[in-house]
Design a protein around this ligand. Structure first.
Ligand code: NAD
Ligand code: MG
Length: 396
C-alpha cells in the first residue's frame, strides 16, 4: 500500500490522478490533498477520498473547509498557508507526491518532496525549468525518484534505455518531441494579435488548466518541454527536435544510432502517464480507452513554424544561454500569460514581453533556491514594467 499526496488536487492533473487512484484502492491510499482556493471542489474530494490531511493555501477559505470537514465527520486534518505544502510533501506516511501545482508556486513543495526522498510524479514543469539542476541534484542527493508526468517526457522515459540518459553508451542520438501545434496551428500570423483567451484555451486534443492551454497556443509549452527534456535526460538542446503532430497520438520518440526510432503511442489522456509513473516499473489500468489505430487513420508530422511561434525560439535561446535564463523565461511567461488572460495584453504581446525581459536580464549561474527566487522576482517585475509600457503605447 503506497501513500499518495496530491499537490494541486483540484486542477486538471489532480482530478485525473484521483480518478486513477480511485481505481486501485488496494494499492494506493490518498494521504493528502491540496488546493489554492477552490474550496468547493476540495471538500467534494475530501468527502470521496477521506484523506488524513487537506491543505487550502488561501487562509481565508480555511474556516469554511474546517466546518465542512466537521459537518461531514471526516478523518481529515485541515492545514492552510503555503508552508503547509512543504509539511504535506515530506510526511512520513507519504510515498508518492504528485506535483501538479501550476507555475513557480509549486517549486518549494516539490523541493521538499525531493529532500524527503519521495517518488515525485512531476507534472509541474515550471518548477523544473526555473530550478535548473537544483531539483534534479536535490532528488539525486536524497534518493528521491523523479518520474515525468508530462506526456512527452513520460513517453521518452518509456523509450530510453535503462539509464534514461541521452548518451553514447546507450546509443541514443536524438529525442523527437512531438507537439500538437495547439489551437492556432493553421491561424495566419496576421490574425494572432486578435485571438481571445477563450479561443486560446480551447485546445483541440487536451482538456487542461488555463495557463498550460495558453502555453500550448503560443507553443511556449513546447519550449518549456525542450528545457524539461534537457534537464531530465541530461542532454543538450541540439539533440532535441520538435516535431508537430496534430493528432497527439505519438507522445514522443527516441532515435538510436542504428537507425531505430522508438515511440510511445496512446489516446491523448493524462491518466496514462499518471498510471505509468504511479506503478513504475509495473503497470496498472488507467481507465483509458484503448488506441484504435484504424479509427485514427492518419498520423501526420511536420516542422514547427518558428516565425509564427517565437516562444519556441526564445526557449531554445534560454537553454542555450544557460545559467538562470530559463528561470527568467519562465517568470516573464507566467506574468505575460496572466496579463493575456486578464485582457491586459494581446496574444502576440506574450513573446514580445518575454524577449524584452530576456534581453535585459542578469542571469547568474544560481545554485541555491534563494538565488533562483531572486532572479524569478526580478524577471516578474521587469515583465510587469514592459506590459505597463506596452499598455501606454510607449513601446520599449
Ligand atoms: P490547473 O490550473 O488545472 O490546476 C492547478 C492546480 O494548482 C490547482 O489544484 C490549484 O488549486 C493549484 N494552484 C494554483 N496556484 C497555486 C498556488 N499559488 N499555490 C498552491 N496551489 C496552487 O493546472 P493543470 O492543467 O492541472 O496543470 C498543472 C501542472 O501540470 C502545470 O505545471 C502544467 O504545466 C502541468 N501539466 C498539465 C497537463 C494537463 O494535461 N493539464 C499536461 C502536462 C503537464
Ligand atoms: Mg506535454
Amino acid at each position: 500500500m503506497k501513500g499518495v499526496a496530491v499537490l494541486g488536487s483540484t486542477g486538471s492533473i489532480g482530478v485525473s490522478t484521483l480518478d486513477v487512484l480511485a481505481r486501485h484502492p488496494d494499492r494506493y491510499r490518498v494521504v493528502a490533498l491540496t488546493a489554492h482556493r477552490n474550496v468547493g471542489r476540495l471538500i467534494e474530494q475530501c468527502r470521496q477520498h477521506r484523506p488524513a490531511y487537506a491543505v487550502i493555501v488561501d487562509k481565508d477559505e480555511a474556516a469554511h473547509l474546517r466546518q465542512a470537514v466537521d459537518d461531514l465527520r471526516l478523518p481529515t486534518r485541515v492545514l492552510s498557508g503555503k508552508e503547509a505544502l512543504d509539511t504535506i510533501a515530506s510526511l512520513e506516511e507519504v510515498d508518492h507526491v504528485m506535483a501538479a501545482i501550476v507555475g513557480a508556486a509549486g517549486l518549494q513543495a516539490t523541493l521538499s518532496a525531493a529532500r524527503a526522498g519521495k517518488r515525485i510524479l512531476l507534472a509541474n514543469k515550471e518548477a523544473l525549468v526555473m530550478s535548473g539542476r537544483l531539483l534534479i541534484d536535490t532528488a539525486r542527493e536524497h534518493g528521491a525518484e523523479l518520474l515525468p508526468i508530462d506526456s512527452e517526457h513520460n513517453a521518452i522515459f518509456q523509450c530510453l534505455p535503462p539509464k534514461r540518459h541521452v548518451s553514447d553508451d546507450g546509443g541514443v542520438t536524438r529525442i523527437l518531441l512531438t507537439a500538437s501545434g495547439g489551437p492556432f496551428l493553421r491561424t495566419p500570423a496576421s490574425e494572432l494579435a486578435d485571438v481571445t483567451p477563450e479561443q486560446a484555451c480551447n485546445h483541440p486534443n487536451w482538456d487542461m488548466g488555463r495557463k498550460i492551454s495558453v502555453d500550448s497556443a503560443t507553443m511556449m509549452n513546447k519550449g518549456l518541454e525542450v528545457i524539461e527534456a534537457c534537464l531530465l535526460f541530461d542532454t543538450d538542446p541540439d539533440k532535441v527536435q520538435v516535431v508537430v503532430h496534430p493528432q497527439s497520438i505519438v507522445h514522443s520518440l527516441v532515435q538510436y544510432v542504428d537507425g531505430s526510432v522508438l515511440a510511445q503511442l496512446g489516446n491523448p489522456d493524462m491518466r496514462t502517464p499518471i498510471a505509468h509513473a504511479l506503478a513504475w516499473p509495473g503497470r496498472i489500468d488507467a481507465g483509458v480507452t484503448p488506441l484504435d489505430l484504424p479509427a485514427v487513420g492518419r498520423l501526420e508530422f511536420e516542422a514547427p513554424d518558428q516565425a509564427r511561434f517565437p516562444c519556441l525560439r526564445l526557449a531554445f535561446e534560454a537553454i542555450r544561454h544557460g545559467a538562470t535564463m530559463p528561470a527568467v523565461l519562465n517568470a516573464a511567461n507566467e506574468v505575460a500569460v496572466e496579463a493575456f488572460l486578464d485582457r491586459r495584453l494581446g496574444f502576440d504581446g506574450i513573446p514580445m514581453v518575454i524577449e524584452q525581459v530576456m534581453s535585459k536580464a542578469e542571469t547568474p549561474a544560481a545554485a541555491s533556491l534563494d538565488e533562483i527566487l531572486a532572479v524569478d522576482r526580478q524577471a516578474r517585475e521587469q515583465a510587469l514594467q514592459v506590459i505597463g509600457r506596452m499598455q501606454k503605447g510607449t513601446g520599449t
